[in-house]
Design a protein around this ligand. Structure first.
Ligand code: SPV
Ligand code: MG
Length: 554
């Protein structure tokens, strides 16, 4: 159904058509969302917002049409365009109709002011009207130029505004209706509705009446309807209230000099996102852009204090241990940046003030001594949305592992090193790996090709039988948007009883990421395992640190 057909439908339906003036696409969208029937693309509003100039025929037709097109594209309700005097004589009106109709505008309104028009309410300006014949000619020209019979032409008379009296106003309205206008607008600047009430009483009823109650603002739409009006146009209240809001905000900002001072006057960023359709954009990105190119946030829990690393970490957290001129954290950030991950959140705790690299976002777990790494991760809960990586702060890894991980389309993916099968033969003191049982383990033996297809996590934890474990979780995991939701909602449901034992941990508060992963598996979520063979190391002990120094390049 065309917009013009929709407007015709509204004209056939009982009830007054509630129309509100917009000056751009955003205001039009708000008008639609508020539940009004139609939009008035206001010449007054467009002149003010587009160029900050008076409503006096200073905009070209092209300028006014461009804005009106933006309005049409932003909404689904019909748009009536204020075309002032029609941008010239009857022949110019014909081109106006053709261009406006082609742009999907439902109807136009043309007024009998002399070109260049002046806004009806400017007090000290010259005001002249064209002859009845001339304006009736414009109306006939408009009607002859429209392609579809649905396109609506409203003829407006400024006779009352010019002080030419009710009789002249009615004579003109009748003449314009006779020339084919689909509705007539008799504009008034009287402070009360009395003048228009009297005019409406005498109206022949040949075509519907349109009213713009700007000055006589006390009258309600229902009253107007009772007095025979079919359209009410609240033409400039939106832009005027917007100006007031901007003005007031600027006053407060100027006085207070901080953004927060105007917080209670603003909509949230989310409300702006909703208005302009950011959610759809995100959906489209997921649908149409190749996997792995979207924005990914990395969360690095780096709050903990591990006394086995004293005195190495006497004066700094573990992630700041230097290995040949670069700290572990710097190496991690470089690896993440290499695969274009620039959104990095670090959760600090022990010696938190020491971690202060620019371009990272920081969250603090000040209870790091009494809590586990799961609690640290949840300190950055607001980052757990969209795709995100979880990365232990003490591992160093080849970038190739990250590239493989980013290709995973599973909701939850963890990286599992199959070298464990060899490693378990090398007992080390204080070594507590996060062991993993897979549902599709590789054949054991000297050589193997990792199994194709999904490899789901069955069990994870430090208490697994080392002889039976198939691999080791390296401390790197990725969540999709859905995975992040599953993760958060599983955590929330456990958080009702945070001190109850939680898998291998004495409580949720003290739990590790692995406890949460096991919980997700137990709840029936798939945790996909990306298997690798070596290519990473962790710094958990003094020996690890020595080995890192020996192995890593500057
Ligand atoms: C407009 O909005 O530009 C109008 C209506 O023409 S009014 O300003 O009230 O005259
Ligand atoms: Mg106007």
């Amino acid at each position: 159904m065309t917009q013009a057909a929709k407007l015709r439908e509204l004209m056939r339906r009982p009830g007054i058509i509630k129309t509100v003036g917009a000056h751009d696409a955003l205001s039009a969208k708000l008008i639609e969302e508020a539940g009004f029937d139609a939009i008035w693309a206001s010449g007054f509003g467009i002149s003010a917002s587009l160029k900050c100039i008076p409503d006096g025929s200073f905009l070209t037709m092209t300028e006014q049409l461009e804005v009106t097109k933006n309005i049409v594209e932003a909404v689904r309700i019909p748009v009536i365009a204020d075309c002032d005097t029609g941008f010239g004589n009857a022949l110019n009106v014909m081109r106006t109709v053709q261009d406006y109709e082609k742009a999907g505008i439902a109807g136009i309104c043309i007024e009998d002011n002399v070109f260049p028009k002046r806004c009806s309410f400017y007090a000290g300006v010259r005001r002249e009207l064209v002859s009845i014949d001339e304006h009736a000619g414009k109306v006939r020209a408009a009607k002859s130029a429209q392609a579809s019979p649905d396109f609506v032409v409203i003829a407006r008379t400024e006779a009352l505004i010019a002080g030419w009296g009710q009789e002249e106003a009615l004579r003109r309205a009748e003449a314009y209706a006779g020339a084919g206008a689909d509705a007539v607008l008799i504009h008034s600047k009287s402070p009360t509705f009395d003048e228009l009430r009297a005019v409406a009483r005498q109206w022949s009823g040949r075509v519907p009446l349109v009213v713009v109650p700007t000055i006589f603002g006390a009258v309600t739409a229902e009253e107007l309807e009772r007095h025979g009006f079919k359209f009410v146009i609240f033409a400039n209240q939106v832009i005027r209230t917007a100006i007031k809001a901007m003005h007031d905000t600027l006053g407060v900002l100027k006085r207070e000099n901080r953004a927060e001072a105007v917080s209670d006057r603003m909509v949230t960023l989310q409300e702006v996102y909703d208005l302009v359709g950011v959610t759809k954009m995100e959906e489209d990105e997921r649908k149409f852009l190749p996997v792995g190119t979207e924005k990914i946030t990395a969360i690095i829990p780096a709050a903990g204090f591990e006394k086995q690393l004293l005195p190495l970490i006497q004066d700094k957290p573990k992630c700041l241990l230097d290995i040949k001129g670069k700290t572990i954290l710097e190496r991690q950030v470089a690896a993440l940046n290499e695969v274009n991950i620039k959104d990095i959140a670090v959760v600090r705790g022990y010696q938190k003030e020491k971690i202060a690299f620019p371009n990272l976002r920081y969250y603090d777990n000040d209870r790091y001594e009494d809590t586990g790494e799961l609690t640290s991760i949840l300190c950055a809960e607001q980052e757990l949305k969209g795709r995100c990586l979880l990365l232990y702060s003490d591992i160093i890894f080849e970038t190739g592992i990250l590239l493989k991980l980013l290709k995973s389309s599973a909701d939850i993916t963890i990286v599992v090193d199959l070298a464990w099968a060899d490693q378990r033969k090398l007992p080390r003191p204080h070594f507590k790996p996060d062991l993993v049982l897979l549902d599709n383990p590789p054949a054991t033996g000297y050589r193997f090709v990792p199994p194709d297809g999904p490899n789901r996590l069955v069990k994870i934890g430090q208490h697994l039988d080392p002889e039976r474990a198939h691999g080791e979780f390296i401390g790197l995991a990725m969540l999709s948007e859905r995975g992040a939701d599953q993760f958060k909602s599983a955590y929330k449901s456990r958080a009702k009883d945070p001190e109850a034992p939680f898998h291998e941990a004495p409580s949720l508060t003290k739990a590790s990421l692995t406890d949460m992963l096991q919980d997700l598996v137990d709840r029936g979520h798939d945790v996909s395992c990306l298997t690798i063979y070596k290519g990473w190391m962790e710094v958990d002990t003094f020996e690890d640190y020595q080995q890192a120094w020996a192995d890593l390049k500057k």
